[in-house]
Design a protein around this ligand. Structure first.
Ligand code: ADP
Ligand code: MG
Length: 709
């Protein structure tokens, strides 16, 4: 039988009475399969003897000790038992808070097994967190599993052991034998037993590897099947050519050539390669789904315009969707300026466009008079109908939810999809998150960009920062000041954009025009402010993180982020990317509050601190100081926060699988992916055995490439 087929109730287990069955069922464990799939959260290696003398070298001591004497400290209710113990190597003290009853158990002269965390305090080696059992206890001399709920630990240990004995001896492999052999995995029966009760650390590691691999293989098989299904769907209009990835890049189309001739610069190698990929997509006979990743400022917009032009050359319409009106407008203006001279009809559509103009626009869209439309989520409002929507570009894709992406995809018939992301998604995650999409990455930057110089500054040193900004303003540059709050909040001792606008414009930079921008302003006001900032009328823009996304003002050379410790790393990276977009040297100041980050004074001179001494906040800001590459920053962010919290992946559910963690298990994931794809190559119809965990994962999150199907 397969593990999942062990559907018998736990009341078949020896010794399991009604109350045990109830407790297990309350914990969601209603059958033997559930119980055996309740993987431990950790393990305690009690197989090796760690004597008292080595307490400092290990988290826990694990040895046999002898009780020497009892001692009491404090009085009355607060009386606490101290037990003096010793082994062959040293002596120590057990401090038994609220465990006075131990006085009757730990009799002087008797020997016990001890498992405990010892530290040196008040001149003696002490432990207050320890487990102590009879010298012949079965809880020692082996590796013990620890489950989710520490209280239930012993219950789980007992009945999982029983379940293994009664049902676990003949669990059938779900993996084909050749994969088990090739990857040196355990038989399923052994893996399930060893994950709970390993005979050695080596066996435990093999069991983990086996179960992780199995999950990831199923996941990748699902992903691979979906990807094949998409590519075999022949719903798209034919552009007769059918190229494959190995052949020479397809030649540029007419409009593409004309745009390139008009550009004042050359494409970067990364842009060229991405455009080649996309051209192949558009020429192919399947609905393409591609993720284009490129750091802030790498020039993704132009790539999307090139994609749109090829689509238009093929007689289709293209839609470019951006998450904010600000950004959509910026794209629309760029498109108007670059593409209209080529004879392309560009339209701009947001929820804000007034009725008269809107009706006209909608008619033109359905009549096919508009080639390319740029806008916000208004692009997929119910009354927006396209004549022939063949390409959808989603900029800053992580800002959109799955349903929004689905809604826009539904506007065309198997349109090509290009998603763009400047929040670099760590390579390690793209495998699963976007596993059924094709991926292009722009690794290079347009030439001539200078590295942004980043400084950390203490809040109390901010005058120096202001002086520096003053110097830049005097050189005709512009600056951003970013705050975590829009307005004063009584509960938080934080600077806010509104009050700081007043302070900066009245007290610090009275000679320069300052303005405020944040998400609560209406769109007209935002647009007006951005226009004036772009033109240089406004010299200082005081903002919240609304400026994070995509805003492009090359003359801005300073970014000051106050309370920087409050922002996520990707947000900081995006914010920093607002400067350094022109020829001039740019600067970013990360101002941190003294009280929140006491160690920061030292962190500014990191050589004075060891890794452990830096706080997380300190480490995060140091990461910004030490790295400019968004992908590296994203990987570090991942390490600090865990995979579940990377921007845009929370809703995906893809990061939480049963025992596997795609980040931690990336090496196994790579192998599983290869194996899965080669299995599918030989047998595309492969029927997957029902894997409960994977089925759950997939129910929660359809892979992105599948949107709109
Ligand atoms: P992002 O990838 O962050 O969306 P943008 O598309 O906004 O970046 O491009 C940033 C800036 O770089 C724009 O001002 C754009 O005109 C410019 N740019 C794009 N490609 C090149 C290139 N090959 N050479 C020089 N400048 C470029
Ligand atoms: Mg962009």
């Amino acid at each position: 039988m397969f593990l999942r087929e062990l559907t018998a109730s736990p009341d078949h287990l020896k010794g399991a009475g009604a109350s045990t069955v109830k407790t297990l069922s309350l914990a969601g464990l209603t059958c033997i399969a559930d119980l055996l799939s309740k993987y431990p959260r950790g393990w305690e290696d009690r197989s090796k003897n760690i004597p008292l003398a080595e307490f400092a070298k290990h988290d826990n001591v694990c040895t046999i000790i002898k009780i020497i004497s009892h001692d009491w400290i404090g009085y009355g209710k607060n009386k606490t038992l101290k037990v003096h113990i010793q082994d062959d190597t040293s002596c120590a003290v057990l401090v038994c808070f609220n465990r006075s009853f131990l006085a009757n158990k730990l009799l002087i002269g008797a020997s016990f097994h001890i498992w405990g965390h010892f530290t040196y305090r008040y001149g003696e080696v002490q432990s207050s967190t320890f487990e102590i059992e009879a010298a012949d206890s079965p809880l020692f001399g082996k590796i013990l599993p620890k489950y989710q709920n520490l209280k239930l630990n012993n219950l789980y240990r007992r009945f999982i052991k029983e379940a293994l004995a009664q049902y676990g001896t003949h669990i059938e492999n779900e993996l084909p034998d050749y994969l088990i052999e090739k990857n040196q995995l355990l038989q399923k029966t052994d893996a399930v037993r060893a994950i709970h009760f390993p005979a050695s650390i080596e066996e435990l590691n093999d069991a983990k590897k086996t179960l992780v691999y199995e999950e990831l293989l199923f996941l990748e098989l699902m992903v691979g099947k979906r990807s094949l299904a998409r590519k075999s769907r022949n719903g798209k209009q034919q552009h007769d050519k059918d190229t494959n990835a190995e052949s020479a890049p397809p030649p540029y189309s007419k409009l593409q050539k004309r745009l390139l001739e008009r550009l004042p610069f050359e494409l970067t190698a990364g842009q060229t390669a991405a455009i080649d990929d996309i051209n192949r997509d558009i020429d192919s006979n399947y609905a393409a789904a591609r993720l284009l990743q490129g750091d802030v400022g790498s020039g993704k917009t132009l790539v999307s315009f090139m994609a749109a032009l090829r689509t238009v050359d093929c007689g289709g319409q293209a839609a470019i969707m951006a998450p904010t009106e600000l950004l959509a407008r910026q794209h629309a203006e760029n498109a108007a300026c670059l593409l209209e001279p080529l004879g392309v009809n560009v339209a701009f559509l947001t929820g804000n466009i007034k009725t008269a103009g809107r009706n006209h626009l909608l008619k033109a869209l359905v009549a096919g008079e508009i080639d390319m439309v740029v806008g916000t989520h208004a692009l997929f409002s119910r009354n927006v109908v396209y004549k022939n929507l063949s390409l959808i570009v989603i900029d800053e894709q992580h800002r959109f939810g799955v349903t929004q992406r689905q809604a826009i995809m539904a506007k065309g018939e198997n349109p090509d999809l290009l998603m763009m992301s400047a929040t670099p998604i760590p390579r390690t995650l793209t495998f699963t998150l976007f596993g059924d999409m094709d991926i292009s990455v722009i690794h290079d930057m347009p030439p001539g960009r200078k590295q942004i110089i980043t400084h950390l500054a203490k809040e109390s040193n901010e005058k120096k920062v202001y002086d520096f900004v003053g110097g830049e303003l005097a050189k005709n540059s512009q600056a951003y000041f970013v705050y975590p709050l829009i307005e004063t909040n009584e509960d938080m001792d934080l600077k806010d954009a509104q009050s700081m606008l007043q302070h900066l414009s009245e007290d610090i930079f009275p000679a320069y025009k300052c303005a405020l921008i944040h998400s609560k302003l209406d769109e007209d006001t935002k647009r007006d402010i951005m226009d004036r900032f772009r033109k240089g009328e406004i010299r200082i823009l005081v903002a919240t993180s609304v400026v994070e996304v995509g805003v492009d003002v090359p003359n801005a050379t300073v970014m000051v982020i106050e309370h920087a410790e409050r922002f996520g790393l990707s947000a900081l990276h995006q914010l920093r990317g607002r400067v350094g977009r022109g020829e001039k040297q740019s600067y970013c100041f990360l101002v941190f509050s003294d009280q929140d980050t006491a160690d920061m004074q030292l962190a500014v001179r990191p050589e004075l601190l060891t890794e452990e001494e830096r706080t997380i906040a300190g480490k995060r800001l140091m990461t910004m100081l030490e790295n400019n590459d968004g992908f590296v920053i994203a990987e570090k962010d991942l390490q600090f926060r865990g995979s579940g919290q990377i921007a845009g992946t929370e809703q995906s559910g893809f990061t939480k699988i049963g025992i596997a963690d795609p980040i931690r298990d990336i090496e196994i994931l790579k192998i599983a992916r290869e194996d899965a794809f080669s299995m599918l190559e030989h047998d595309a119809e492969l029927v997957l055995s029902e894997n409960k965990v994977i089925a759950e994962v997939l129910k929660r999150a359809p892979p992105f490439g599948e949107v709109g199907v």
